[in-house]
Design a protein around this ligand. Structure first.
Ligand code: C2E
Ligand code: MG
Ligand code: MG
Length: 634
């Protein structure tokens, strides 16, 4: 601080000065009258008092001034801002205590140092440039952010505001600088920036595998296509869907499923180059874009590599798990112009690969698109058919070969399409199966059959046990248990009145075998394995599920009686049934010779056009009434 309060002169000194300037000579006083002297003395007294009072006022003012100087001093020293006075060479002339504390040094150690020595390396340049441009332009003001070094080597950020004092000071040009610590503000900004960066990452990446997600994939495909257009190059897009993942996920739980996905993603990463694009497009679907492919065979090579990588067993928590992968490939520009079209067409090709049984590479062809369009058309028509009640149930009797009694009937779905006539399940169930609509359709069938049984019972019609077909997908959905329980309750039907025909593919689903099928059995309905011999059920798995009947597929029945020795499979199934204490039904019996052969094999039950075709509900009721003497009720 330069400024000092100027002290008042001591009173004696004042007196000497006053005597010196006294102008009234002594003789003049001696010639004065007494009255004049008295008046003069009075005036002198008054002056003295005035002077005294003035002196007191001055002392008061001085005290106030000192107080305010102390306050100012405190403010200067302890303000939450560092203050420095610099000369033109950035040399520090004054520093407040806060500045010294912020830098972790004694104030005395600061005076004489150069500011740039206290500035961290990254801010040196900035300070240099700002200072130089301020000097060159004679600007009075510098305002910038600097990083300063503490004595312990750590750093912090300050807002550096520097004001040039007006020229003409005796000390030369001075700069008064305020340095406020903005580390906290910076930290908040950094946190905000980091969280914005994380949000951005999450919006474009899959949190489980860390791969790009579908949004990011589409963006990167667009960029790749733009580059390929410029450079007139081909691009290949691979659409991957893991085979058997759902089964593992359902059987071993989501944690194992997640770990498997991460491991699969790592293997995929190893199949592609750094410049290729790999993304997780959804559940167990991945996408790969190869920017530099030598036409189709280049893509085929990578696709084969992918299949090899993913079919090698995974070992998780001591368990060996086997996956497969279906790969659809399409090429730019041949198979699509933009990312959406390419992704869609590669998806269509993947779908076809899956249809071929998985672990297959399928290249896109326009014919595939046609097939998909037809599928989509059928699917929407089927949805409409459900709403318009165009689905109907036909019933086909089953007969005991030995007693000729009617021991059952199978409920078979039909679609009464207003324009195309009566459609058989083979023309629409595969689509329902693929789209998942089968679950809804199957639920309707269960409800309708229960309603029909109740209605026939109310009409006192003698009724054999009715078999309802349940698809693997229905089994897997698990809903079937509740749907069946509800239908039985709603329509007041005994569970013994129903049998469910499941296909061998149900066995592939561990959760179906482990919980759904036993739960269905628990409800009191019986279970039949349909189309036995065509699927995957091993003999060992027969024991796992509480079935009471197996049904020989009609393709094996068709072989019977053509040549001697034909019908070997049917014979084997009948023998297997006998050994396991299971009833055996032969379906598709069309000719008397087949019936005779089955009788010889000691097959218990038959079903087929020879006995009766599937009939509409009303026709079946009439047929049953006619056969009432030989109906075996459950
Ligand atoms: P499936 O369960 O094996 O049904 C037997 C099929 O054999 C029926 O075909 C039936 O009409 C046919 N059939 C019966 N007797 C003969 C015969 O003497 N000769 C020949 N060649 N065929 C005969 P449909 O009705 O076309 O049903 C086909 C398949 O559709 C069924 O095979 C079944 O798997 C499925 N299905 C039918 N209705 C349903 C349903 O409500 N739900 C489910 N999930 N599947 C159903
Ligand atoms: Mg059946
Ligand atoms: Mg069958």
């Amino acid at each position: 601080m330069d400024e000092k309060a100027r002290p008042l002169p001591p009173p004696d000194n004042l007196r000497t000065r006053a005597e010196k300037s006294l102008v009234t000579p002594d003789e003049r006083i001696s010639r004065m009258s007494e009255a004049e002297v008295r008046r003069l003395a009075h005036e002198l007294q008054v002056h003295q008092i005035e002077l005294q009072m003035q002196n007191e006022d001055l002392l008061d003012a001085q005290a106030q001034l000192e107080q305010s100087r102390d306050r100012y001093n405190d403010l200067y020293e302890f303000a939450p801002v560092g203050y420095l006075t610099l000369d033109i060479k950035q040399r520090i002339h004054e520093a407040n205590l806060t500045m010294a504390a912020q830098l972790g040094v004694e104030r005395s150690a600061l005076v004489g140092r150069i500011l740039s020595d206290l500035v961290a390396h990254d801010s040196q340049n900035l300070l240099h440039l700002e200072w130089r441009s301020a000097m060159a332009s004679k600007a009075r003001h510098i305002d910038t952010e600097l990083e300063l070094k503490r004595s312990d080597g750590s750093t912090f950020f300050v807002q550096f505001t520097c004001l040039r004092e007006p020229d003409g000071d005796t000390h030369g040009t001075r700069f008064r600088c305020a340095l406020s610590d903005i580390s906290a503000r910076r930290e908040v900004e950094n946190v905000r920036l980091e969280s914005a960066r994380q949000m951005e990452f999450m919006a474009h990446h899959d949190s489980l595998t860390g791969l790009a997600n579908r949004v990011m994939f589409q963006k990167r495909v667009n960029h790749a296509l733009a580059r390929a257009r410029r450079q007139k190059r081909d691009v290949a897009l691979l659409y991957l869907d893991l085979d058997g993942f759902k089964h593992i996920n359902d059987s071993f739980g989501h944690d194992v499923g997640d770990t498997l996905l991460v491991a699969a993603a790592q293997r995929l990463q190893a199949c592609v180059r750094a410049e290729d694009i790999l993304a997780r497009l959804g559940g167990d679907e991945f996408g790969i874009v190869l920017e530099e492919v030598s036409e189709a065979w280049g893509a085929a090579l990578v696709a084969d590599k992918v299949i090899d990588a993913l079919t090698a067993p995974f070992v998780l928590e001591g368990r060996e798990l086997v996956l497969g992968v279906s790969v659809g490939v399409c090429l730019f520009p041949t198979d699509g112009e933009d990312s959406s079209e390419l992704i869609r067409n590669a998806d269509i090709a993947m779908y076809q690969a899956k249809h071929h049984g998985g672990n297959v590479v399928q290249f896109y062809t326009p014919a595939l698109s046609e097939a998909v369009r037809a599928r989509v058309d059928t699917e929407s028509a089927l949805r409409r058919a459900i709403e318009e009640h165009e689905l109907a149930i036909y019933y086909q009797p089953m007969m005991s070969i030995a007693t000729q009694r009617i021991v059952g009937a199978e409920a078979l779905l039909r679609w009464q399409d207003p324009s195309r006539g009566l459609l058989l399940p083979d023309s629409f169930l595969p689509v329902a199966e693929l789209s998942g609509l089968i679950v809804q359709v199957g639920n309707c069938v269960i409800d309708e059959v229960c309603r029909q049984i109740a209605s026939w019972r109310a009409d006192a019609l003698a009724l054999p046990r009715i078999s309802v077909n349940i698809s693997a997908r229905q089994c897997a959905s698990g809903q079937v248990v509740d749907v069946l329980r509800n239908a039985l309750q709603t329509h007041g039907v005994d569970p013994e009145a129903l049998d469910l025909e499941i296909t061998e593919s149900c066995y592939l689903d561990k959760s179906a075998v482990g919980s759904v099928l036993p739960a269905l059995r628990e409800l009191g309905v019986s279970l039949t394995i349909d189309d036995f011999g065509t699927g995957y059920a091993s003999l060992a798995s027969l024991g796992q599920v509480p079935v009471s009947t197996i049904k020989i597929d009609r393709s094996f029945v068709a072989e019977i009686g053509n040549e001697p020795g034909d019908g070997a499979i049917a014979r084997a199934v009948v023998a297997l049934g006998a050994s396991q204490d299971l009833r055996v039904v032969a379906e598709g019996v069309e000719r008397p010779a087949q019936l005779e052969a089955l009788r010889t094999m000691q097959c218990e039950i038959c079903q087929g056009f020879l006995i009766a075709p599937p009939m509409a509900a009303d026709d079946f009721a009439v047929w049953l009434a006619e056969q009432s003497a030989r109906i075996e009720t459950p």
